[in-house]
Structure formats: structure tokens, C-alpha cells
Design a protein around this ligand. Structure first.
Ligand SMILES: Nc1ncnc2c1ncn2[C@@H]1O[C@H](COP(=O)(O)OP(=O)(O)O)[C@@H](O)[C@H]1O
Ligand SMILES: [Mg+2]
Length: 249
């Protein structure tokens, strides 16, 4: 369970988050949506303890990452989190195999044999065996996403965070990524947090949707609730209209 309490974050004069309260339910996928620049990635970085809030706190399974005193303490709390960044962010100089092995090696405490077995298992689970010795530049974007997923899952995180999992992909590959999220969640049962501006496409992986605007949560509910909302700003966003209370940046 992740508990976000009264989170405030500003950069200089720009108020990005203005008192966010949100409980992320275990075993479900919560999607945070909102127009570009609204603070979705900032919220994700606050959850991961990469950024510090000006006010408020974030508890991850009861542990306060915002009050952690050292990087070591933060790292311990981060162990329950896995992240899939926008670009999949693979290491270009490492093979698929070594990319997937990397988080285990970095974390330490695993024998070479244990690492090898886990990597093989994960490559098989995601049908990546035949790419094990390829480099990222030699494989397609869809396969890179699968490698990114394997690398995130190898440490068996309880919570998996996705930042714009399919931005910049063509629609077919984008759909592959959603299918991948759904099938992996069935298999591994993680709690999902997805950040996206792709609506309604992202709703297919969402149990609950939260919409951010002007520093606050302006709407939350099931995908159906959002589709049927009367909130003018949410409707504008859903319908992709330029006119309305949301100013396009
Ligand atoms: N490290 C930073 N320093 C200054 N401004 C930042 C920083 N990170 C994000 N911002 C600003 O905060 C706002 C929200 O950014 P972000 O969370 O990346 O938006 P999005 O919802 O598109 O993910 C943007 O205006 C961005 O320029
Ligand atoms: Mg972002």
C-alpha cells in the first residue's frame, strides 16, 4: 500500500502539486492521468524518493520515504518498487541478458548461479530467450519494452510504476505494451501505478483512475465513472478538445 498525504511540490514560483492525498490500493492498478506538464512524473519521482516534497509525506508499506535520512534507507524502502520509465531506458552497451541481470547484480547478495537462473526464467516468461545476446539497438521497440518489463520484474517488486508506458510508440506497439501489462499483472500480481495522458486507451489496464489538474486531484473513480463524468475539465480532456478550462501548453 502506498499512502500519499498532503503532498506539496513547487519549483520556484511554479506550484506543481498543491496538497495531493491518495491511497494506492494493493493488488489493483491505479492510473494517474492529466495533460502534459501537470506533475504526473513529479508525483512518481516523489513516490520513488528521487524528489523531496515541500510538505506532506509518502508511506510505502508503512515506511516513510519522504522522511528517510539516507540514500541507504531510501534504497531499502525502494526495494518494494519497480519502475518502467518512458523510454524503457535500457543500457545500450549491455546485451538483453545483462540488462535483465543488472538490478540483481546491483542489489547484491545473489550468487552467480541464482542470477543466471532468475534471468533465464524471466527471459522465458516474456518470450525473450532468442534475444538474450542482442543489444538494444538490434531489437524493435516492442521487444525493448518487454526487456524493460523483464528487468523491472526480476527483483519481484510488490509495486510496479509505469511512466507513460507507451508514449512515442505506434498504436500497434502501444497496444502490445498494454497487453504486456495485463498479462504480467495476472502472472505476478503486482500493484500497478500507471502514469499516462493516453485516454481512454490506458483505461483497459486501470482499476481506478485519478485525474490531476492545477496541482490537485479533480476526479477519481473507475474508468466507467470517468467516462460518464459531468466534470467539464475531465470531459474536455477525455474528448481531446482545445476549448475549455484546461489550457493547452
Ligand atoms: N526538476 C525540475 N525542476 C524544475 N521544474 C521541474 C522539474 N521537474 C518538473 N518540473 C516542472 O514541473 C511540471 C510538471 O512536470 P512533469 O511532472 O514532468 O509533467 P507530466 O505531467 O507531463 O509528467 C512541469 O512544468 C515541469 O517543467
Ligand atoms: Mg511525464
Amino acid at each position: 500500500m502506498i499512502s500519499i498525504r498532503n503532498i506539496h511540490k513547487r519549483f520556484g514560483a511554479q506550484i506543481v502539486l498543491n496538497g495531493i492525498n491518495l491511497d494506492i490500493e494493493p493488488g489493483k492498478t491505479t492510473t494517474i492521468v492529466g495533460p502534459s506538464g501537470v506533475g504526473k512524473s513529479v508525483l512518481l519521482k516523489l513516490i520513488m524518493g528521487i524528489l523531496e516534497p515541500d510538505n506532506g509525506e509518502i508511506l510505502i508499506f508503512g515506511k516513510n520515504i519522504t522522511k528517510a535520512r539516507s540514500e541507504r534507507q531510501r534504497n531499502r524502502i525502494r526495494r518494494s518498487l519497480g519502475v518502467l520509465f518512458q523510454s524503457a531506458a535500457l543500457f545500450d552497451s549491455l546485451t538483453v541478458y545483462d540488462n535483465v541481470a543488472f538490478p540483481l547484480i546491483e542489489r547484491g547478495g545473489h550468487s552467480r548461479r541464482d542470477i543466471h537462473n532468475r534471468v533465464l526464467f524471466m527471459l522465458e516468461a516474456l518470450s525473450l530467450e532468442s534475444y538474450a545476446y542482442n543489444y538494444p539497438e538490434e531489437i524493435s521497440m516492442g521487444i525493448r519494452k518487454r526487456v524493460g518489463m523483464a528487468r523491472s520484474l526480476i527483483t519481484e517488486p510488490k509495486v510496479l510504476l509505469f511512466d507513460e508506458p507507451n508514449t512515442g510508440l505506434d498504436p500497434l506497439v502501444g497496444q502490445e505494451v498494454y497487453d504486456l501489462i495485463i498479462s504480467c499483472r495476472q502472472k505476478w500480481g503486482f500493484t500497478g501505478v500507471v502514469i499516462s495522458h493516453e485516454i481512454p486507451e490506458v483505461f483497459q489496464v486501470s482499476d481506478r483512475v485519478v485525474m490531476l489538474l492545477n496541482g490537485n486531484i479533480i476526479e477519481e473513480g473507475s474508468p466507467e465513472d470517468l467516462m460518464n463524468t459531468q466534470n467539464v475539465a475531465v470531459r474536455q480532456f477525455l474528448e481531446g478538445r482545445v476549448d475549455g478550462p484546461i489550457k493547452i501548453q
